[in-house]
Design a protein around this ligand. Structure first.
Ligand SMILES: N[C@@H](CCC(=O)N[C@@H](CS)C(=O)NCC(=O)O)C(=O)O
Length: 208
């Protein structure tokens, strides 16, 4: 059994979606990051930067932090969504998500949505970058069915929950035809619908 230390954020959802996709038994342990529970020493012993997500695989008593490392672990364990012959491409799109798309959209959330009026510079800078990310993903998806080629992969699983925050991005997802097509297609997957709402609170994937 895998234990997922989780909050219902895009980084948390990457992993609940993956666990549903590979149909692996798991239990969710919520970490209340809005009340500083990520700083509890016990949690910090498996999460050195005090962040979710983390998994503990109780089968072999290993804990893993960092969403990209967790996705790779689960993909290798299950043999799914990480085609051996396509790893160079999957790794690029996966690492671009964890190192660029996620952190920069995260800054856009902070300045534009959570603290508007605090910093005009921050709002403008990250709004511009967020729009560029939409444009660049759209261009990629014009040429390719999924981010890393013709097959759905952990790169798509990593990116999807970030685009699922599109209502707070205020960019207008529907203006991006290829990104919208990709988003709608992934939104309909049963594992994605269940993983998105793994706390069973009735959370629905935002429509375009
Ligand atoms: N690079 C990390 C980022 C994880 C991350 O930023 N997690 C956020 C929630 S989405 C968190 O735990 N925040 C709590 C905090 O910063 O105190 C990953 O991809 O796993």
């Amino acid at each position: 059994m895998i234990e997922l230390f989780y909050a219902n954020t895009p980084n948390g959802r990457k992993i609940s979606i993956m666990l549903e996709e590979i149909n692996h038994p798991y239990k969710v342990t919520p970490v209340d990051i809005f009340n500083d529970k990520q700083f509890d020493p016990k949690f910090r012993s498996i999460s050195p930067f005090s962040k979710i997500p983390v998994i503990t695989d109780h089968e072999n008593n290993i804990s893993i932090f960092e969403s990209g490392a967790i996705l790779i672990y689960l993909a290798e364990k299950s043999g799914k969504f990480y085609d051996k012959d396509n790893r160079i491409l999957i790794n690029q799109w996966l690492i671009a998500q964890v190192a660029y798309v996620g952190p920069l959209l995260g800054q856009h959330h902070q300045f534009h949505h959570y603290t508007p009026g605090k910093s005009k510079w921050g709002e403008e800078r990250y709004f511009k970058i967020a729009k560029t990310i939409y444009k660049d993903l759209d261009e990629r998806l014009e040429k390719s069915k999924f981010l890393a080629g013709s097959e759905y992969s952990i790169a798509d699983i990593a990116t999807f929950p970030w685009i699922a925050r599109h209502p707070i991005h205020d960019i207008g997802l529907k203006k991006f035809k290829n990104l919208s097509r990709w988003y709608e297609q992934i939104s309909k997957r049963e594992a994605v619908i269940i993983g998105y709402d793994c706390l069973k609170k009735g959370e629905k994937i935002p429509k375009i």
